[in-house]
Design a binder for this molecule. Structure first.
Ligand SMILES: [Fe+2]
Ligand SMILES: [Fe+2]
Length: 135
């Protein structure tokens, strides 16, 4: 299975967004593991948060329009992740040592990529069959 297969679900708009967010997140992992300076890591981190937020919104809108029955649970998963990431972002700003920031970036990036792939493969996949039945 290549990287794209991991995030492909068959709904074109969502597939595109999943691929974009996966790629940005993978860039964050690479930059963090390369111990890029924090002024280079910060914009990538912010882009990941930004994309996640806008993707979650568009996914929730689609599910809402189609009356997806377990949308509240799905939305709560998105909100939980965003709250965690905002928390990590706040901690990131408080850290003064460059080395500690880089370590936090490594951990955060790995966590985000893992969360994302798991969420797409498990939680997002559960609405795939629902949307397909409507098509
Ligand atoms: Fe998604
Ligand atoms: Fe989702």
């Amino acid at each position: 299975m290549d990287d794209h297969d991991k995030v492909t679900m068959g709904v074109p708009v969502i597939d595109t967004e999943h691929r974009e967010i996966y790629e940005i997140c993978a860039d964050f992992v690479v930059a963090a593991e390369a111990r890029e300076p924090s002024h280079r890591l910060t914009p990538i981190f912010d882009r990941v948060i930004d994309r996640a937020r806008s993707h979650f919104r568009s996914e929730e809108d689609i599910l809402d329009r189609h009356g997806y029955p377990t949308l509240p649970t799905h939305r709560a998963e998105h909100e939980r992740l965003l709250a965690q990431v905002e928390n990590l972002r706040a901690r990131w700003l408080e850290i003064e040592s460059e080395q500690s920031r880089q370590q936090l970036a490594v951990d955060t990036a790995a966590y985000l990529l893992d969360w994302l792939v798991n969420h797409i493969q498990v939680d997002d996949r559960s609405y795939q069959a629902f949307l397909r039945r409507l098509a």
